[in-house]
Design a protein around this ligand. Structure first.
Ligand code: NAP
Length: 290
């Protein structure tokens, strides 16, 4: 129920209609019986600064940022947490002492399902498929886990080199970001050493569910203990994860990352140690896999 005291949270994007965040966050707020509401705000790129001023004026507590604002918002905030500076994108903003503070909870979301596994990450070589926005959170996450190496594969050499160079003097230091980049054709050569294989491309995402970034036969070359992680959450499992399961690998889909990045944001806005993650997960599962 909306009251005179209802506090505002939300997500800015353009488009934003497809966002699952309102569903997930409102389910959690309802469970906590808090007088908050989380709304979608369609903000066109040229209106971002005006929207921030308006949000400050009406007392918005915090919000998520999605495409096309994740990078554009960085110079408009008073303070950016080191993790968001390292990733180069902000997905969560909170109002604190009359200032907008930006952070990035995708990294925490990405590593959450990995941290629940019993693994010696210092013995783990990560192989990341794709070098877009999500790959940046993945590289930061693999670095935080302490992976022995992080190899990133892409289809455009110039973009790959820019990606690699962007990690020099990273705000993640003293953690050393050790990224090597390779063109797509090198996969058969380097897959043998990958104990953690992550798809950050949209290949295989609904509706093109029969596609996979790599073919089934390549999974036979993976080490025995490899974890295969697809950031995609529809369908579940993707063709990529089906191949992984057929090759007897541990398979993780993108749903938990989505849930955990949201839970991390909600903890920041509400200044709480815990939020009802189970409710958030279940709400998304019901919506996505009905
Ligand atoms: P993005 O910035 O557009 O990056 C996509 C990357 O995939 C780029 O490197 C792109 O290469 C590459 N790529 C696309 N099509 C390809 C193809 N046919 N062959 C080889 N490489 C290809 O997108 P993003 O924001 O990183 O998102 C990527 C995926 O992650 C999406 O499916 C998204 O839904 C998912 N995601 C999930 C979560 C979650 O919470 N689970 C969070 C973020 C993203 P070029 O640069 O050469 O075009």
């Amino acid at each position: 129920m909306i009251t005179g005291n209802t506090k505002l949270l939300g997500v800015i994007g353009h488009p934003v209609e497809h966002s699952l965040s309102p569903l997930m966050h409102n389910a959690a707020l309802e469970k906590l019986r808090l007088d908050y509401v989380y709304l979608p705000f369609p903000i066109e790129p040229q209106n971002l600064a005006t929207a921030l001023d308006g949000f400050a004026a009406i007392g918005v507590v915090g919000f998520n940022a999605t495409i096309p604002h994740k990078q554009a918002i960085v110079p408009k905030l008073s303070n950016i947490e080191p993790i968001a500076r390292a990733v180069g994108a902000v997905n969560t903003v909170v109002r604190k002492d009359d200032k907008w503070i930006g952070t990035n909870t995708d990294v925490e979301g990405f590593i959450a399902p990995l941290q629940s596994l019993d693994r010696d990450w210092s013995q783990t070589n990560a192989l990341v498929l794709g070098n877009g926005g999500a790959a940046r959170a993945v590289v930061a996450g693999c670095t935080q886990l302490g992976c022995a190496s992080v190899r990133v594969v892409g289809r455009n050499l110039q973009k790959l080199e820019e990606f690699r160079d962007s990690w020099q003097d990273s705000p993640l230091s003293p953690l050393k970001v050790n990224v090597q980049v390779h063109e797509w054709g090198y996969i058969p050569e380097i897959i043998k050493e990958a104990n953690l294989l992550i798809n950050t491309t949209p290949i295989g995402m609904y509706p093109k569910i029969d596609n996979s970034p790599i073919n089934a036969d390549l999974f036979l070359h993976l080490p025995k203990d490899t974890i295969v992680y697809d950031l995609i959450y529809t369908p579940s499992p993707t063709k990529f994860l089906q191949y992984a399961q057929q090759a007897d690998k541990t398979a993780i889909d993108g749903l938990e990352m989505l849930v955990q990045q949201g839970a991390a944001a909600l903890k920041i806005w509400l200044r709480r140690e815990t939020v009802p993650v189970d409710v958030m997960r279940k709400t998304l599962q019901q919506q996505l896999y009905k």
